[in-house]
Design a protein around this ligand. Structure first.
Ligand SMILES: [Zn+2]
Length: 167
């Protein structure tokens, strides 16, 4: 799950949003996920957890499906992030979401893995060290921020993402 508007990453290839609410199949590496331009099924629980006020700019993964209520284009690096959540959820996405919303530490660790996957994906197309650093800095700011409970500092979050991404 993550917010859409990402300044430094907006230049990456995006998938065209659907005009209708029909499913769309898109790929990221060897993972294929479906995108539905509608609210996620666990939205009530997310709202009850009081986590994400900007629902219109956030996407959510439940199993193999990305819910994209705003219908914005979803760049491939975001699909890489969500594909990691798909893997994490295994065959019980409902239980994963319950734990994700209830357990701040679990949520942080799951997100750290997802941001690391996203960063690794970005690094496959970006060779410039300065741009990589700015992207890492940006992603770490989100991971360390209020969206995920202010668990750590940005500097520490940068170390965690880098370490988990094996870059
Ligand atoms: Zn996420």
């Amino acid at each position: 799950m993550l917010k859409q508007a990402i300044g430094w990453l907006k230049f990456f290839k995006g998938s065209t949003p659907e005009k209708s609410s029909n499913a769309k199949v898109i790929g990221s590496g060897n993972i294929t996920m479906r995108v539905l331009n509608r609210k996620p099924p666990m939205l009530d629980k997310i709202l009850a957890a009081n986590m994400f006020p900007k629902l219109e700019s956030t996407i959510y993964t439940y199993g193999d499906t990305i819910y994209n209520p705003s219908g914005q284009p979803i760049p491939d690096h975001l699909i890489a992030h969500e594909a990691r959540h798909f893997k994490q959820q295994g065959n019980d996405p409902g239980a994963w979401w319950d734990k994700y919303l209830a357990d701040k530490e679990f949520r942080f660790n799951q997100e750290a893995e997802a941001y690391a996957t996203q960063y690794r994906f970005v690094c496959e197309s970006v060779k410039d060290r300065n741009i990589r650093f700015r992207i890492l800095h940006y992603l770490a700011g989100i991971l360390a921020g209020p969206t995920y409970g202010n668990i750590t500092t940005r500097v520490k979050a940068m170390e965690i993402i880098k370490q988990k991404s094996n870059i």
